[in-house]
Ligand binder design. Structure first.
Ligand SMILES: CC[C@H]1O[C@@H](n2cnc3c(N)ncnc32)[C@H](O)[C@@H]1O
Length: 483
């Protein structure tokens, strides 16, 4: 199938839906007209796009955890606990890894093993195996919007079932849920699968139901420079808008330097609006989400709370619409519900204490914003040129050429030539630009910033800095100083 950034026509979409809904027995439980009616009876307090709009109007930064377990009643109890004890403003349903790879048979086994063991033997909620009615039990058991969080390159059936099940937000995208999650899924395929997902959301929107879409901002979550994640997020927003998506939350994973992270959030919304309007997609609701540090965490729970709180401070000062919260069990694995709630409570304490404070627009902040604008525009404009005006084709060709290049990505479709490293203040810079389309001014800026660190550490900038930075936060630092 020739990839083209064009809204799927309904004939094509209906035909494909028959095949998608037959790929697992629970697909038979999806009735789109009935699902639209179900959504229309949901209270506004449970509709993500509406609550985000209210938060954006009132300048509220909402907090949301990640959470998902194998058994339906345990998952419901977990979400209720995170809502009531943790104070979650939005709830997730994190989907298990088998489901993310369309391996529903193994997910089924995982459910049976969990029942036998009396605890979750899956690392998330196997929504496809449970089907529409079970999803509705989850949505009806809580009082806040629930979002599907996962990492699925082919999320067509997962979207059909969870959206019919009353979830009002769906995370991911054809690039952001491929490059960081798969070894060998061609971008032509994953982008095309996500055009289906977005066309489904567009169909809900055309029938009066608002479903929010959230491209996965952090990507590999390890020292990803803002302009790289912004370029991917904005391309996914443009592809989604073409399919009729009207509500988008664009994301960014914390890097750790305050000015750079605040600059990243402020430029993300601004650049998204700029490109969406430039390409004729006006009237979209754009919100932002900040992910607390996505890289290696300290094992020590007190130190982990330090990292979580620093993420909360940055989210508050960036005035981001939503912050995704980490837990003090991050270094160990799936958190207990108490640890998950603790991360939420620490975050909300900081958000509440900072809601009446703001960060002045200092010259450092302005410089970081200007650099991110220049870099992101350079990547996006080159991508469109490679695509000869088509964003989907451009994205595929940009990755092949290394015009978009995600650090530490497992995908063989990612060139993997760039190298990030922190500068002396911990901001993430480029040690190696790979094939990125950056001019001499941008390159000189990064080279000087890293040279400054080299002078301070009395060592030549090298790959060793990258390695030191990857382990730094887990060891209680930000910049990976030499021992
Ligand atoms: C994107 C990776 C992030 O998702 C988190 N995560 C993945 N699965 C779950 C899960 N089932 N419950 C809570 N957190 C989870 C993981 O700890 C990491 O912070």
């Amino acid at each position: 199938m020739e990839l083209v950034n064009k809204k799927l026509d309904l004939e094509q979409f209906w035909a494909e839906r028959q095949e998608v809904l037959q790929s697992w027995p629970t697909g038979r439980g999806v009735d789109l007209e009935e699902a639209i009616a179900y959504h229309k009876q949901l209270p506004a307090s449970k509709v993500m796009a509406k609550k985000l709009a209210q938060g954006k109007r009132e300048g509220i930064t909402f907090a949301q955890p990640r959470a998902g377990v194998a058994l339906l009643h345990e998952h419901i109890e977990l979400l209720r606990y995170l809502q009531d004890e943790g104070g979650a403003d939005f709830l997730p349903t994190t989907i298990d890894s088998y489901t993310r790879q369309n391996r529903y048979k193994e997910a089924e086994t995982g459910i049976e093993e969990s029942r036998a063991a009396g605890r979750s033997m899956l690392n998330g909620f196997p929504a496809v195996n449970y089907g529409v009615d079970a999803c509705r039990k989850v949505v009806e058991a809580v009082n806040v919007p629930v979002q599907v969080r996962h990492g699925t390159p082919d999320a067509r059936l997962l979207a059909e079932i969870t959206l019919a099940g009353g979830f009002t937000d769906f995370e991911g995208g054809g690039i952001s849920y491929n490059i960081p999650y798969s070894k060998d899924m061609p971008l032509e395929k994953s982008i095309r699968y996500w055009q289906y997902v977005d066309r489904l959301v567009g169909y809900y929107e055309e029938n009066g139901v608002s479903i929010n879409r959230e491209p996965f901002g952090p990507l590999t979550g390890t020292l990803v420079p803002p302009s790289i994640s912004h370029a991917v997020a904005i391309i996914e927003a443009l592809l989604a808008a073409e399919q009729g998506v009207m509500n988008l939350t664009l994301g960014y994973g914390q890097c750790g330097n305050l000015y750079q992270d605040v600059a990243a959030i402020r430029t993300l919304a601004e650049l998204a609006e700029e490109y969406l309007n430039r390409f004729g997609y006006s009237g979209r609701q754009i919100t932002t989400v900040f992910h607390q540090w996505m890289g290696g965490f300290p094992q020590d729970e007190s130190k982990a709370f330090g990292v979580i709180s620093w993420g909360a401070v940055t989210a508050a000062l960036a005035r981001v619409n939503k912050v995704i919260v980490k837990t003090p069990h991050e270094a160990m694995g799936i958190p207990t519900r108490e640890a998950n709630a603790a991360g939420l409570k620490a975050t909300k304490q900081v958000l509440n204490m900072l809601k009446d404070q703001s960060l002045p627009l200092t010259s450092e902040l302005q410089l970081e914003m200007e650099m991110i604008r220049k870099e992101t525009r350079a990547i996006l404009d080159k991508t469109l040129e490679l695509g000869e005006g088509d964003w989907a084709v451009g994205a595929v060709r940009a990755f092949k050429a290394g015009v978009i290049d995600v650090p530490f990505a497992p995908s063989r479709h990612n060139l993997g030539k760039i190298l990030p490293a922190r500068d002396n203040q911990g901001a993430v810079r480029f040690l190696d630009f790979g094939q990125l389309p950056f001019d001499a001014e941008i390159r000189a800026f990064h080279q000087e910033k890293i040279a400054e660190r080299g002078r301070k550490e009395n060592r030549q900038p090298s790959f060793q800095m990258v390695i030191d930075d990857i382990y730094a936060i887990g060891k209680g630092m930000l910049v990976g100083r030499p021992r």
